[in-house]
Write a protein of this length. Structure first.
Length: 354
């Protein structure tokens, strides 16, 4: 049977101070709900979740079915975790349950939704929920799905705003929420959010110390979360800013390439890649470096350098004969390079092996 006009218009009755006579009943399952609309919007914005707002009144079977059936449904409770849940009910006679806060202190909460107090859902009904109705017919029960900009993206209802509503069965609510989640994408879990905040704090500290490499190492995993939330957007913007700085350093290195200062250029490019890991400039520097190293004359120069440096190391260790062999090969094969010249000098300076 369809309930016609359950109105939200009744003014909030005075709060009865029942805290002292709290019932001992343990809390029953219900979604975790935000206490204020500001909290709900903040959670939606920072976690990238949609808001699932339920509007009900008491003393009506169809309205109570939302709390007694939908809110206790296991599948609903599971998918509800992917949304910021808000419960709006202008009445307050739900009984009280004892629960514990995050600090372990005992709390007295609404028996319908033990994460909040009756005065929270009264305030939400009176001051916020009404704003989502298309007309002044504030009928219930109804669910609004709202984005962080406080726009209604979906109304989950069984009936009409003119005629009134029956409750939407749990499996239908779950199916609608699943479809919305697929379309909108999952937000951040509390654990992911906490991890992101820690990375952002570390990135800020690295920035304060001018350690751009460490800053990037902290920012890049945040960017990789690829969620439309404040933290990720901030990290993206900062990485783009750093990349701009890196592109200037890259341009300087590329001038060295153009001038033909091969070793200087390779060093400068390697520095860009090492200092700005994960940026577009670092990728471009790596590519420039590989291209440069791929040139035949550069390959020869690097091989000559390798031989010459091996010779120097052997000389330092007192292995003069082995060192001489390296220098000789260097002179023979790479006489046209700078290192062929240097090796020749080494051979001239060394006491003859006899
Ligand atoms: Zn309540």
């Amino acid at each position: 049977m369809r309930r016609l006009a359950a109105l939200l218009l009744s003014p909030a009755p005075p709060l009865l101070l029942l805290a002292g006579v709290a019932a001992a009943a343990p809390p029953r399952p219900a979604p975790q709900c935000a206490r204020t609309h500001e909290e709900a919007v903040e959670l939606a914005r920072t976690r990238g979740k949609l808001i699932f707002l339920t509007v009900v009144v008491d003393h009506d079977a169809e309205n109570r079915a939302v709390v007694e059936n939908v809110f206790r449904d296991k599948n609903f409770l599971k998918i509800a975790e992917e949304f910021v849940c808000v419960y709006a009910n202008v009445e307050d006679q739900h009984g009280k349950v004892k629960t514990k806060g995050p600090d372990g202190k005992p709390l007295v909460r609404c028996a319908d939704v033990p994460s909040i107090e009756c005065r929270d859902h009264q305030g939400l009904a009176a001051n916020w929920a009404r704003g989502f109705y298309p007309s002044s017919d504030a009928k219930t029960p109804v669910h609004f799905v709202i984005n962080a900009k406080e726009e209604v993206v979906e109304t989950i209802m069984n009936g009409s705003f003119e005629q009134g509503f029956n409750h939407v069965p749990a499996d239908e609510v779950v199916a609608k929420l699943k479809a919305l989640l697929q379309k909108h994408g999952k937000g951040l879990s509390e654990e992911e959010y906490k991890g992101m905040q820690e990375l952002l704090t570390d990135a800020k500290a690295a920035r304060a110390r001018n350690d751009v490499t460490l800053e990037l190492q902290k920012l890049l995993p945040v960017v990789a979360l690829a969620k439309d939330v404040e933290g990720v957007r901030g990290a993206q913007a900062r990485v783009a800013e750093i990349d701009k700085e890196a592109s200037k350093v890259l341009a300087d290195a590329e001038v060295l390439v153009a001038r033909g200062g091969v070793e200087e250029a390779l060093d400068a490019l390697a520095k860009v890649a090492a200092k700005y890991p994960g940026t577009l400039s670092a990728a471009a520097a790596e590519k420039d470096r590989k291209d440069l190293e791929g040139r035949p004359e550069v390959k020869r120069l690097l091989k000559a350098r390798e031989l010459y440096q091996e010779g120097l190391k052997l000389k330092e260790k007192g292995k003069a004969d082995l060192a001489r062999k390296k220098f000789e090969t260097c002179v023979r094969v790479y006489a046209d390079t700078k290192y062929g010249e240097l090796a020749k000098k080494e051979l001239g300076a060394a006491p003859s092996g006899g």
